[in-house]
Design a protein around this ligand. Structure first.
Ligand code: BGC
Length: 248
């Protein structure tokens, strides 16, 4: 089934039509830049413009970078505080006229990666999928089942959120070499190993395509692989979630 998937981010909102049976994009990916820490109104307007540009009517899936329960966004680490306690699905419906399903962005990306990117991950009892971008997002799978809304990017590592130590935004802002960034990220991963004992890490987000440059500097005990869907996973997973939750 063809479904619109949306990936809401700290500085841009992206969307594309997805064939949820194959995980393939069947339209171009449309991207609208927003202000940093964008307000709901601006992002919802981007979603409306994506719908119009793709001439789409039907269920919409959207990944949001914070905790989402019953369509309501409860946190906004890298978004405007107006998002806190907003009913995102209702706002999307009010503007586009279409039903929407909203979930955490890393959960969406993890679902897509487990289904279409790295299906071999199913054989690992506990998988920790991480997206490293503006923040660090996490999606934990136990025997292939998602435990939603984990927030390991905010685990305190020596008094500071993990995502403030080793996100890709930090790497860029501080002009860190891949080696230096990998050392910082190793400290974060070591805490995840200690607390969760995963059998596999999957690393997603923009940095997954640069895996060869830093993999040798990651000093951990657990197997770690780059995500194959790279930064399309969020869009694909959001479409999958909408299809599963709105059309049955
Ligand atoms: C948010 C998470 C999100 C991650 C990646 C974090 O700051 O708290 O919910 O998954 O960023 O966008």
């Amino acid at each position: 089934m063809i479904t619109l998937g949306i990936d809401i981010g700290g500085s841009a909102t992206k969307g594309a039509l997805v064939d949820t049976a194959t995980g393939q994009l069947i339209s171009e990916r449309i991207r609208f830049e927003t202000e940093l820490m964008a307000k709901p109104k601006q992002v919802i307007n981007c979603i409306y413009k994506i719908c119009k540009e793709l001439k789409y009517e039907g269920p919409i899936g959207a990944g949001y970078p914070g905790i989402v329960k019953n369509s309501i966004s409860l946190t906004a680490a890298n978004m405007h505080k107006q998002w806190i306690n907003a009913n995102v699905a209702e706002m999307i419906k009010a503007q586009t006229g279409q039903e929407a399903y909203v979930l955490n962005d890393a959960d969406a990306a993890g679902l897509a990666e487990m289904r279409f990117g790295s299906p071999e991950a199913w054989k690992y009892p506990v998988v920790m999928f991480l997206t490293v971008g503006t923040g660090i997002g996490s999606a934990v799978f136990v025997k292939g089942q998602l435990m939603p809304n984990t927030e390991f990017g905010h685990l305190k590592v020596r008094g500071k959120d993990a995502e403030h130590r080793a996100s890709d935004a930090v790497r860029q802002k501080d002009h860190l070499s891949w080696k230096r960034w990998a050392e910082k990220f190793t400290e974060v991963l070591r805490w995840y190993e200690f607390l969760l004992n995963p059998d596999l890490f999957i690393l997603g987000g923009g940095i997954s395509s640069r895996f060869d440059q830093y993999a040798k500097h990651l000093n951990i005990d657990t197997r770690i692989i780059p995500a194959k869907l790279e930064n399309l996973a969020g869009i694909i997973g959001a479409a999958m979630a909408a299809q599963e939750n709105l059309t049955k």
